[in-house]
Design a protein around this ligand. Structure first.
Ligand code: PLP
Length: 441
């Protein structure tokens, strides 16, 4: 934190009292104090503006501080801020559940509320395991895709163990069966081979242990945290057929891909795939409130019915179905209903594709790729690679110096902007990426 802040400023207290997420505090530059935000822009306390090109960790789909959502939360706060959700209910939760199930693929009709992406995943896993147990045919294996990330709680870490973030905890994580992820990119001519390898691994697992497989959990179309790695809808269709044939449940973690990121409201729509369970969070409230849902097929819900509590799902959080979160999510869905956000996604995707095309022959670019508003590329020969690649922090600083929040995942540069971003603003970001590729080493 530089001299510009007065000695008694709250900004200095950050370093003595706050512990930041995913941060090595000994080496990270001081955090940037933000006073307010609007649309695609963050406003620092010292009067600078920063363009938020990652939607503040993939949250604010409509941009920051959208007045419609802000007003909905304020109004709800004056009426009902919170109420216990066991034995009680309230209109915002019921309306939200109904609107989500109307918009999701057929059969996804029961909504379980929680607080964040990780808890949505924990709920999905517990639903899947107890579902089979309640049917009288317990199954004890969970399959995942290589590189999948599903959050930072212990169950979510277990299914995301191959993402590489959780080394200190591996002894405490439950075992999973890992299937290769057939990532692909523009101009890739090996994708069929990779998909065949992945499906062959799945077939081997199912022939040996098909009866024991409770579920597979995966991020459809785009693996976020492991570097915006993309696969084809066709692969997911083939995978889902096999899982269903084996009697396993298909869990889609759409915590990041949900609410327009891939160009459709949900990624599962792209392949016409109907998961048994879907996890949503991040964009659910337009990025305003910590809230998540785990939505399941009716048959899963029904398997928990019975005369005794031991058949019920013994899970709940203090803030389950928080009315302020529900109000924000309803307002966000109203915005989506106008059609404008998804039109904006298409507009941004067109620019992404143009600009990626212009970089395809750049000597430092590999694996250029785009799905919806998510565009990514790898910087070739970064020295070290992976999340802790040395080039990452240098690139981040380069972009920040130009007033751009772009936060590479190791050697992967990606954009995941809020949908209100203008064409001109997006071009500015791509110009900076071009410049970084030419100059940052
Ligand atoms: C971010 C993320 C999570 C975890 O969500 P939190 O709200 O950070 O707990 C889970 N799954 C995916 C795909 C994510 O991108």
């Amino acid at each position: 934190m530089s001299q510009q802040y007065p000695e008694n400023s709250w900004v200095h207290l950050d370093r003595s009292h706050v512990w930041h997420p995913f941060t090595q505090e000994a080496t990270a530059p001081p955090p940037i104090p933000i006073a307010s935000a609007r649309g695609a822009w963050l406003h620092t306390t010292d009067g600078r503006k920063i363009m938020d090109l990652i939607s503040s960790w993939w949250l604010c789909v409509h941009g920051h501080a959208h007045p419609v959502i802000a007003a909905a939360i304020a109004q709800q706060a004056r009426q009902l801020e919170q109420v216990i959700f066991a034995g009680f209910t309230h209109e915002p939760a019921v309306r939200l559940a109904q609107r989500l199930t109307d918009r999701l693929p057929p059969g996804l009709s029961r909504v379980f509320f929680s607080d964040n992406g990780s808890t949505a995943v924990e709920v999905a896993l517990k639903m899947a395991i107890q579902y089979h147990r309640n049917l009288g045919t317990p199954r004890n294996r969970i399959a995942v895709l290589q590189g999948g990330y599903h959050g930072d709680t212990v169950g979510a870490m277990s299914v995301g163990r191959s993402s590489g973030f959780f080394e200190p905890f591996t002894d405490y994580l439950f075992r999973v069966d890992t299937i290769p992820f057939p990532e692909t990119w523009e101009g890739d001519d090996q994708v069929e081979n990779r998909e065949e390898t992945a499906l062959a691994a799945l077939d081997r697992l199912l022939s040996q242990h098909g009866q024991e497989l409770a579920a597979i959990i995966l991020e459809p179309l785009v693996q976020g945290a492991s570097g915006m790695r993309m696969c084809r809808p066709m692969f997911l269709q083939k995978l889902s057929q096999r899982i269903h044939q084996a009697g396993g449940l298909l869990i889609f973690d759409e915590v990041m891909t949900g609410f327009g990121r891939t160009g459709t409201l949900f990624a599962c729509e792209k392949g016409g795939i109907i998961p048994d369970i879907i996890c949503l969070s991040k964009g659910l409230t337009g990025g305003f409130m910590p809230m998540a849902v785990t939505v399941c097929q009716q048959k899963i819900h029904d398997a928990f019915l019975g005369d005794t509590f031991d058949r019920a799902l013994a899970h709940g959080h203090s803030f389950t179905a928080n009315p302020l979160g529900c109000a924000a999510a309803l307002a966000s869905l109203d915005l989506f209903a106008s059609g404008e956000p998804l039109q904006n996604c298409a507009r941004l995707e067109t620019i992404h594709r143009q600009r990626l095309q212009g970089l395809i022959t750049h000597p430092r670019v590999t694996k250029p790729r785009c799905t919806g508003v998510i565009a990514a590329l790898n910087v070739a020969n970064p020295g070290s690679s992976g999340y802790s690649a040395a080039i990452g922090p240098k690139l981040k600083q380069f972009f920040l110096d130009r007033g751009l929040l772009i936060r590479p995942l190791g050697e992967v540069i990606y954009l995941l902007p809020p949908y209100c971003l203008t064409d001109e603003e997006l071009h500015t970001a791509w110009d900076a990426i071009h410049e970084a590729l030419d100059t940052v080493t």
